[in-house]
Design a protein around this ligand. Structure first.
Ligand SMILES: [Ca+2]
Ligand SMILES: [Ca+2]
Ligand SMILES: [Ca+2]
Length: 468
């Protein structure tokens, strides 16, 4: 394994889905496909001759432009002695770390909208960067251009937890909990995302003998500014480790510069990667141009092995083939049904729930420890369903479906708010934990889970006939 002084063993790690190079089409020039509809004339539109009238021009859909806005907040968690995620405020976390948590302790927050094409490749349609995020969250707004026409997009946010200006696969990220439909001219608001982040790590890495890997970074496409980061990834694409930044200079049709990365000796087999800050937001993100170590021009050199001596002459080419960036973690779904342990209808006169009850099924971000306020679901929950008793009185079960991030931990619960005060898990109020553990802990995996029954235990019976 790798020298771990910067590695967190948290399960932020994402499933590594390859992100092929499908970046920034709209930046400079419109390249080949997706020609413009934006009045620019220009594009040779081969196929159909004259515009206007045309009628059945059945080819590609017209690009659409839209705007998405919302708010991103980074909230903290800590892990209890039993390894369960627990909510912690910045103020309380301040006492546990050397960092000053009276100010936002992490780097920039990147927000992007993307969809996946028929072969699973991610296509980015818009992005924005919050340069100086705040405790308590920040508003964002981004313009989208979707060259493949109307359709659904995913919106996600990613924070530079390590402040190395490279967004990594294990840095906290979160998707908005549903797809966002995009049509021409749409202005979609309230796409709010809460990123769950571990409190800053204050342990220092130990010292070690260091070695370096050096060579040239070569950008082989038209260069219009922006620095390059070189770094290591594990052979399955997680990282970065040991990033270094290089300034490159225009050179022929592209750009080049010398880089050197220093790491502990004996790191072992890694991928040497390079990424160019194409969009100029001063961090490496999913929409930038990525590349890697080459053994010859345009030839992927494969993994390198970092042992006890420094390596020289290792060139990095950007872009390189279908070089992937890092994974994005889409959401998945948890589903099942909620019922009463007594097996009767929710509104059953003797063993059902009292009038005015509201029933919830919720995927929490933290282990519930005491009362939970519905009003704080925005912070505490990934998603929830709820029902008024009056609407489900004759049902014996209700199906729920919750959108949750893939490859994370959720705490799946059902609550019956029998006094309808918006405070759940109060003494005497029925609860049910999903996932087979008393905490309701449930790894979401890559594809979620279905058929999870949440059985609300022992509804308090009106004290006339002490049931069972
Ligand atoms: Ca980072
Ligand atoms: Ca960038
Ligand atoms: Ca209550």
């Amino acid at each position: 394994m790798m020298a771990q002084n910067k590695m967190f063993s948290l399960t932020l790690l994402s499933l590594l889905v390859v992100v092929p190079a499908c970046f920034d089409e709209e930046d400079d020039k419109v390249d080949s496909e997706g020609s413009e509809e934006t009045g620019e004339s220009g594009g040779e539109d081969s196929t159909g001759g004259d515009d206007s009238t045309g009628g059945d021009d059945s080819s590609d859909p017209d690009p659409v432009e839209a705007k998405i806005s919302g708010r991103v907040e980074v909230v903290l968690y800590t892990e209890g002695a039993d390894g369960e995620r627990e909510y912690i405020s910045y103020t309380d976390a301040d006492a546990l770390t050397d960092y000053d948590l009276s100010v936002f302790p992490f780097g920039k927050v990147f927000v992007a909208a993307y969809s996946t094409d028929e072969v699973g490749a991610k296509q980015f349609h818009g992005d924005t960067t919050i340069d100086t995020p705040s405790i308590g969250g920040d508003d964002y707004s981004m313009d989208l251009r979707k060259n493949d026409g109307p359709g659904d997009v995913y919106v996600y946010a990613h924070v530079d937890w390590y402040q190395d200006r490279i967004l990594g696969s294990w840095e906290p990220q979160e998707h908005y909990g549903d797809v966002v439909p995009i049509v021409e001219g749409a202005e979609v608001t309230s796409i709010d995302i809460t990123i769950l982040a571990p409190i800053p790590y204050s342990g220092g890495g130990g010292s070690c003998d260091t070695v370096s890997v050096s060579g040239d970074v070569i950008i082989t496409v038209s260069y219009a500014g922006g620095d390059v980061a070189t770094f290591y990834q594990t052979t399955d694409g997680q990282g970065p480790y040991y990033g270094a930044w290089t300034t490159v200079s225009a050179d022929g049709g592209g750009a080049s510069g010398a880089f050197s990365n220093t790491s502990c000796a004996g790191v072992g087999e890694v991928k040497l990667r390079g990424a160019w800050d194409t969009n100029g937001n001063n961090i490496i993100d999913a929409t930038d141009r990525w590349g890697g170590y080459i053994s010859a021009p345009d030839t992927d050199g494969g993994p390198i092995t970092i042992g006890s001596t420094s390596l020289t002459g290792y060139d990095v080419q950007i872009p390189l083939g279908g070089s992937d960036g890092f994974s994005l973690v889409p959401f998945t779904r948890l589903s099942g049904d909620v019922s009463l342990a007594s097996g009767v209808a929710f509104g059953d006169a003797t063993d059902g729930l009292p009038a005015g009850t509201k029933v919830y099924s919720v995927a929490l971000k933290y282990r519930p420890s005491s009362e939970i306020y519905v009003s704080s679901f925005k912070t505490y929950a990934y998603d929830y369903d709820s029902w008024e008793l009056a609407d489900i009185a004759t049902d014996t079960s209700k199906a729920y479906t919750l959108n949750v991030p893939a490859e994370t931990i959720v705490y799946l619960w059902s609550f019956a708010d029998t006094d309808g005060d918006g405070v759940l898990n109060e003494p005497g109020e029925p609860v049910a934990a999903g996932g087979g553990e008393s905490s309701g802990r449930l790894p979401t995996g890559s594809s979620g889970a279905s058929g999870i029954s949440l059985v609300l235990a022992a509804p308090p019976t009106p004290s006339d006939s002490g049931g069972e």
